[in-house]
Ligand binder design. Structure first.
Ligand code: MEV
Length: 323
């Protein structure tokens, strides 16, 4: 292992939230997925040398502060991110003060664990003026994601670092140029979802009921492939219908629940072209497609009335997210 020759200075890393438009869970089995980074819902990490009297690295995140090694289990991916990044830059024994600040809620299918890991890794590279390729940062983020999710497909690590929507399949990423004239409404159910648990649940289904589960996953993959054409041709009605079908399939896989189903129904009742859960499910967020900004406002209001804790609207062809 090489040793860092530089003394670290303040380092900053940034990533963002993401939503999965199509293909969560099926992507774990090699099918394609489409994800959109929400560039104005940011995750920021700051790294600096620890205070003189701190014997070890510290973490300040989500209202918690203390020694990094004592951090609660939901920060395990940040611990791993710090370990692999300091090792990579040749400073495995560094005493650092890490701070993360998130503009979006954790454990809601918006990619907070990958976003936090990616931001911390970038901040450590910045602090040591260490160059890194996107592939190296991806590989290190995946190391941290394994702690959070067990067997991550890599989609979250890619999407939270992306600057544009991406098509992702079996580790290969293609940037998409979306010019769809529609709005995505994102609604937080307020319920924490554990991606590790829902991914494990689907794995059990796959092992116990192979035929039915693999058909369901394959159909999710087909929908994703067909949705690429709809996106290219800006066929918003078809996209909406595919979102609703995806939600039904994800429900059949057992990763939805009554709250998420109610939010999808409320969105459709208010004129959304379609809706689905996004990310791991079991809680977390729902997304709905609205034809206009005005429709998006009506859909947001209906989802809030149906129990959503927060909503955001996003025009996929811009970087804009309106709270
Ligand atoms: C979680 O955001 C997406 C999943 O497909 C898991 C993965 O891709 O690793 C559920």
């Amino acid at each position: 292992m090489r040793r860092a020759l530089v003394t670290p200075h303040v380092g900053i890393g940034q990533t963002s939230a993401k939503i999965i438009l199509f293909g969560e869970h099926s992507v774990v089995y090699g099918h394609p997925a489409i994800a959109v980074p929400l560039r104005s819902l940011r995750m920021r990490a700051r790294v600096e040398p620890a205070m003189e009297n701190d014997a070890q690295s510290t973490l300040t995140a989500l209202g918690w502060s203390g020694a990094l090694s004592d951090a609660p289990s939901h920060f395990a991916s940040i611990q791993r991110a710090a370990a692999v990044a300091t090792e990579f830059v040749g400073a495995p024994d560094a005493r650092l003060a890490l701070t993360t600040e998130s503009g979006f809620p954790a454990q809601r299918g918006l990619g907070s664990s990958a976003a936090a890991a990616g931001a911390v890794i970038r901040a450590i590279f910045d602090a040591y003026d260490a160059p890194a390729t996107p592939e190296q940062i991806f590989a290190l983020t995946q190391e941290a994601e394994k702690v959070a999710h067990g067997r991550p497909s890599g989609l979250d690590a890619v999407a939270t670092s992306a600057t544009a929507p991406v098509h992702f399949q079996a580790g290969r990423t293609t940037q998409l140029d979306l010019t769809v004239d529609a709005w995505l409404v994102i609604a937080d159910s307020g319920i924490q979802g554990s991606t590790r648990e829902t991914v494990a649940h689907v794995r059990r289904q796959y092992d116990d009921a192979f035929e039915a589960t693999s058909q369901c996953l394959a159909r999710l993959g087909e929908i994703t492939t067909d949705a690429l054409d709809d996106l290219r041709e800006a066929r918003v009605e078809q996209l909406g219908a595919k979102m609703t079908e995806s939600h039904a399939l994800l429900s059949a896989l057992g990763v939805s629940n009554d709250s998420l189903d109610a939010l999808v129904s409320a969105a459709r009742g208010a004129g959304a072209l379609g809706g689905k859960l996004t990310g791991g499910g079991g809680g977390g967020c729902v997304i709905a497609l609205a034809g206009t900004r005005e429709d998006a406002r009506l859909v947001e209001a209906a989802m809030l009335a149906a129990g959503a804790h927060a909503t955001w609207s996003h025009a996929p062809s811009s970087e804009e997210v309106a709270a």
